[in-house]
Design a binder for this molecule. Structure first.
Ligand SMILES: Cc1cc2nc3c(=O)[nH]c(=O)nc-3n(C[C@H](O)[C@H](O)[C@H](O)COP(=O)(O)O)c2cc1C
Length: 431
């Protein structure tokens, strides 16, 4: 079904479109709720805007930040979000999503440290505060492409993602999983050494830790029961926790809904494709109680099979059978359900960019209404990072500078080339 492209010049236009669809898209004119500080354990974020992890595929072959990586984080730091969730950084070479995905090692940790110092310096100079910076530690699992060609490490054969089952040897063994858990320990040690404020044990978008959450059909210690499906994530936390101390924190970006039918999706109702957040809520509570996570970064979907679930859009090759506002609504409802179930744990939300110039209004209403504590922006950060200070200063942002959800940045990422905004940053990024 082809939906009309974005045509909501006024906030009231979004409101009436959402009402027609019975979609949950709260909006608030006053943006001041976004500019309140937020306590995250021992750290304080200056404001409620976060930049979500956005992989740039522009690291050096050894995994260090290269020129374009540095340029991106300079732009992000200057913009002044309260928190920057630094993109996916590989924990093992074979779990890299591309030959240019970042990978933190003993040999390059100083380069990360320099970049972080530089980012804090820029933000302090421009904005008067430094952002909280969290590193996303990843094992790309099914989507590993360490030399540029797919070399999947899968948790189990998953029919919604495969036309034909992959050979048995692609299924990661329990022993390998134990080694991958330990790699998160080494990553945490390096991450702290580099000077990040915290580390994300990445558990989203069907990369390895996330795929295991739905491994109902996998035999052995890492499949079947809830305890087994969450074993890898918790052991990775244990490995990480044993390597760090002080005010360095752990957290996760977590898929609370995969959008695949049972028994292949986490957070999905057994008899339908509707979200069922009981297990995700249980898991987040357990991470809070056992590992003291000071926030949870909530997301949904799979960027390859159902990209509209994670990043609603109205242009691109693959047109989903739902209105983008329904995608926004599913995400906002999910955030709200989790925030209300665990009110003392700040929820960082995803998928705000679709609403373009109105996205700060959605963010403000979500924060003000207690539906989440922080609003995370992905594609908008590529297109128009300076929106953070523009909307603080002017109470609105320019429709001429916003992300147009064209999918160009994702296409660059898929091609394994440096990713950025092909519309607003076109001197650097071209398809
Ligand atoms: C080019 C590109 C790179 C991305 N890289 C990551 C990543 O490294 N880690 C992650 O968790 N999500 C990643 N995402 C997903 C975004 O963080 C975000 O969830 C998504 O774009 C939806 O948010 P938005 O509507 O604000 O763009 C990426 C998305 C795009 C388009």
């Amino acid at each position: 079904m082809q939906h009309e492209t974005f045509h909501y010049p006024a906030l009231s236009d979004v409101q009436s479109a959402a009402e027609k669809l019975n979609a949950f898209v709260p909006l608030k004119e006053d943006l001041s709720p976004l500019y309140q500080p937020l306590q995250l354990g021992a750290k304080t974020a200056d404001n409620r805007i976060a930049f979500q992890p956005m992989e740039g595929t522009d690291g050096t072959e050894s995994g260090a930040p290269d020129k374009l990586t540095i340029r991106r984080y300079e732009r992000f730091a200057k913009a002044g979000p309260g928190l920057i969730w630094f993109e996916a950084v590989a924990t093992v070479p074979e779990g890299r999503a591309s030959a240019h995905q970042l990978m933190l090692t003993e040999d390059n940790v100083d380069e990360y440290a320099r970049l972080l110092d530089h980012m804090r310096e820029i933000s302090l100079k421009e904005n008067g505060y430094a952002p909280v910076i969290v590193m996303q530690a990843t094992n790309s699992g099914r989507y590993s492409k360490p030399t540029g060609v797919p070399d999947p490490i899968i948790a189990y054969n998953c029919p919604p993602l495969e036309d034909t089952p992959l050979p048995e040897w692609r299924i990661v063994t329990d022993d390998q999983l134990r080694r991958y858990e330990e790699a998160f320990g080494r990553a945490a040690k390096l991450c702290r050494k580099a000077g990040f404020d915290g580390m994300d044990v990445k558990c989203c978008h069907r990369y390895l830790a996330c795929e295991l959450l739905s491994a109902y059909t996998r035999p052995g210690e890492y499949g079947g029961s809830y305890e087994n499906r969450t074993r890898f994530l918790k052991n990775a936390y244990r490995a990480a926790k044993s390597e760090v101390s002080g005010d360095f924190f752990l957290s996760s970006r977590m898929n609370v809904y995969d959008g695949f039918p049972y028994p292949y999706g986490f957070g999905v109702h057994e008899g339908s494709l509707e979200p069922d957040l009981q297990e995700p809520i249980r898991l987040i509570r357990e991470l809070k109680d056992e590992f003291g996570i000071p926030l949870i970064n909530v997301t949904m979907g799979n960027p390859y099979k159902n990209p509209h679930v994670n990043r609603p859009y109205d242009r691109g090759n693959y047109v989903p059978d739902e209105h983008p506002l329904e995608g926004v609504s599913r995400m906002m409802k999910g955030l709200s359900e989790i925030q209300h179930a665990i009110p003392d744990l700040p929820v960082l939300g995803s998928a705000f960019s679709y609403l373009r110039q109105h996205s700060p209004n959605l963010a403000s209403a979500m924060v003000d209404g207690g539906h989440c504590a922080m609003a995370g922006f992905g594609r908008m950060a590529f297109a128009y990072p300076d929106f953070v200070q523009d909307c603080r200063r002017d109470g609105c942002i320019s429709g001429r500078s916003v992300c147009v959800t064209c999918g160009g940045c994702a296409q660059l990422l898929r091609a394994g080339t440096p990713a950025g905004c092909i519309i607003r940053d076109r001197e650097v990024y071209k398809l």
